[in-house]
Ligand binder design. Structure first.
Ligand SMILES: [Fe+2]
Ligand SMILES: [Fe+2]
Length: 183
């Protein structure tokens, strides 16, 4: 299956796209469970995420807990699972635009597309949205730091699309988070 550093496989993205067409968030019980892991400032960020992004994040957190063992997953790691994509709240891109940008990133490579989006024709606002979406990892880390998150939560938001050799997070936790995310 085709893969591109940082943005997963086409098959995985197709599944994510179909899921993103349903705007609903997690079920109320799942929503309560997810928020129960978060600090007050993190809950505020969580509620700004789209329904499909919250469903994805809750699924990642469930799988991380299953992989590491119930009761054996530190709260900051659960928060990392729930908020790793929180930077996407800044881009304001809709589902179809996200798919277009993600496919372009798969074809061109994220670094080249980020540069291209800075010089491409089109409104400044549109180019900013694309650029913010592509940089959601770094932007998310900044949001979490400002919200008072634990350093491990901040680190994973910033590192989750980087190659393994660039990770600073404890490898046991990072491996579980990456495997559960599939992005
Ligand atoms: Fe991401
Ligand atoms: Fe993700």
């Amino acid at each position: 299956m085709a893969r591109n550093a940082g943005f997963g496989s086409f098959g995985h993205l197709a599944v994510r796209f179909l899921g993103a067409l349903d705007p609903r968030g997690p079920k109320p019980e799942e929503e309560r469970w997810a928020q129960g892991w978060l600090l007050p400032g993190e809950v505020e960020l969580w509620t700004r995420m789209t329904g499909p992004d919250r469903r994805h994040a809750a699924g990642v957190a469930r799988e991380v807990a299953a992989r590491l063992g119930p009761g054996d997953t530190p709260r900051p790691i659960m928060a990392a699972a729930l908020l790793h994509d929180v930077g996407k709240v800044l881009s304001g891109l809709g589902t179809f635009s996200r798919v277009g940008v993600t496919l372009a990133a798969l074809g061109l490579g994220r670094a080249r597309l980020t540069v291209a989006s800075d010089i491409a024709p089109g409104s400044t606002r549109w180019r900013r949205r694309v650029s913010d979406y592509l940089c959601h990892d770094r932007l998310g880390a900044d949001l979490l730091e400002a919200a008072g998150s634990h350093p491990d939560t901040v680190a994973w938001a910033g590192e989750h699309h980087l190659p393994t050799q660039s990770w600073s997070l404890d490898r046991r936790f990072a491996d579980a988070l990456k495997a559960a995310d599939g992005d």
